[in-house]
Design a protein around this ligand. Structure first.
Ligand code: PLP
Length: 449
């Protein structure tokens, strides 16, 4: 008998979930996974089209990663990083630093992307204290940005529906406009939107000269904000402004890092070296919670001093750099190397582009966006008239519910259907996934002519 669903509904409070709907509706209980598939307690198989929330890389139950975690378990499951170190953290740090932009030389571990952002903000703030610039207490972020759910990371978040309620608890942040044109925005070009955003960042940096500690950006793609793809040159433009005004640049690669954009890190597309970078999600190939905040040596050096100078970075979590997670993270990078994952990804990116192209002309699709192996199909009531669906219609959720009936698990961002398959997805499963999305849009929104 399968009573897991009832027991869940009795005891669990799910994240980002309207629990009244959750309890009212039939839910899927996952029991196992295998490659690109999740398997539920009824034995039904679903393509994991969200990579278990954007973090699975090589599929579920990858033999090499399973083995690495098991081997680590045979040595030790956990030991602290406060006053001790361990072999898995040292081995992983070396491997990680060999693949990130060369400006970064120090790894500070934590357990989630939110914490990694929190640490980046505190690290930047304290850095300026040590440099004798105590007025650099503010941050700049982009509207519609998402850096996590803790109070600090929410303070630099720009998604009204998630973040505005908490404003009274948050520190003040300067927000610059999104540097991308919306599909139904009239009378402006992508280029103008980018220049307007960079212009506002420059204006803030200038009017608040010597008061800004750092700017935090999601490089290339603002994920949770709706898969907003930035025009080329934006990230480089931000880097140039940071250099000109001596502001630290924090790149949040939590969603886009580890191959998602077709390169190991999104910054590489623009030849940008951040001062601080945050990583989480795919860092362990979707196996275990681990995050890292990476810093330049010049930041690290400002923290060195006599104990009495109080230059220590007083931050750390109990499970910082958990050894099992580090073991999975090492095995993740080994699979990247051994299997030439990035090389094999390029034709899959091309397949996604090719198969999504026909949806551009769908009578209920406003726009199709893609960056590397991230795809987005934005539904719209009347694309020709520039009219989106009203939020109450919940078309995104309905399309995703329809897809489930056909063996595909995906999650929308309002009316944006998000494609975030594991990088290792088999060609046939990728094709199946995009076919199901097209058919589900037809079924829910009305078909193609
Ligand atoms: C998911 C995400 C985070 C938060 O990571 P958690 O591990 O969920 O706390 C931060 N930044 C970006 C860009 C993300 O996509």
């Amino acid at each position: 008998m399968n009573d897991y669903q009832d027991r869940d509904k009795k005891h669990i409070w799910h994240p980002f979930t309207q629990m009244r709907d959750w309890i009212a509706q039939d839910q899927i209980v996952i029991e196992s996974g295998e490659g690109d598939f999740l398997v539920d307690t009824e034995g039904r198989r679903y393509i994991d089209g969200v990579s278990s929330l954007w973090c699975n890389v090589h599929g579920h139950r990858r033999a090499e990663i399973d083995r690495a975690v098991r081997d680590q378990l045979g040595r030790i499951a956990h030991s602290t990083m406060l006053g001790l170190t361990h072999t898995a953290a040292v081995d992983f740090s070396e491997k990680l630093l060999a693949v990130v932009p060369p400006s970064l030389s120090r790894v500070f571990y934590s357990d989630s992307g939110s914490e990694a952002a929190e640490i980046a903000l505190k690290m930047a703030f304290q850095y300026w204290r040590h440099r004798g610039q105590a007025d650099r207490t503010h941050f700049v972020a982009l509207r519609e940005s998402y850096h996590g759910d803790t109070i600090g990371s929410v303070s630099v978040g720009g998604i009204e529906i998630f973040h505005s309620l908490f404003r009274p608890l948050l520190f003040h942040t300067y927000f610059a406009p999104v540097p991308a044109r919306r599909w139904n925005e009239e009378g402006v070009s992508a280029e103008e939107k980018m220049r307007a955003s960079l212009g506002e960042i420059e204006r803030i940096f200038t009017s608040e000269e010597n008061k800004i500690a750092a700017i935090i950006v999601e490089p290339l793609v603002q994920g949770a904000g709706g898969i907003i793809v930035h025009p080329p040159g934006f990230l480089r433009g931000v880097r140039q402004l940071c250099d000109a005004h001596d502001v630290l640049m924090i790149c949040d690669e939590v969603a886009v890092g580890f191959g998602r954009t077709g390169r190991m890190f999104a910054c590489e597309h623009e030849g940008v070296s951040p001062d601080i970078m945050t990583l989480a999600k795919a860092i362990t190939a979707g196996y275990l919670p681990l995050a890292a905040t990476l810093a330049r040596e010049k930041i690290f050096e400002q923290y060195l001093g006599e104990h009495s100078e109080c230059k220590t970075f007083f931050h750390g979590h109990t499970y910082t750099a958990n050894p099992l997670a580090c073991a999975a993270a090492i095995a993740n990078l080994e699979v990247f190397e051994k299997e030439k994952v990035l090389e094999k990804l390029q034709p899959k990116i091309a397949t996604m582009t090719e198969l999504l192209a026909p949806l551009k002309n769908h009578p209920h699709v406003g726009e199709v966006r893609q960056c590397g192996f991230i795809g987005a199909v934005e539904l719209a009531g009347d694309p020709a008239a520039g009219r989106p669906y009203s939020t109450g219609e919940r078309m995104g959720a309905r399309v995703c519910a329809e897809a489930r009936k056909h063996g595909l698990l995906i999650r929308p961002l309002v009316d944006v259907i998000v494609l975030m398959p594991p990088l290792g997805i088999e060609d046939a499963n990728l094709r199946r996934m995009i076919a199901v999305i097209g058919e589900s849009i037809d079924a829910v929104c009305g078909g193609r002519k």
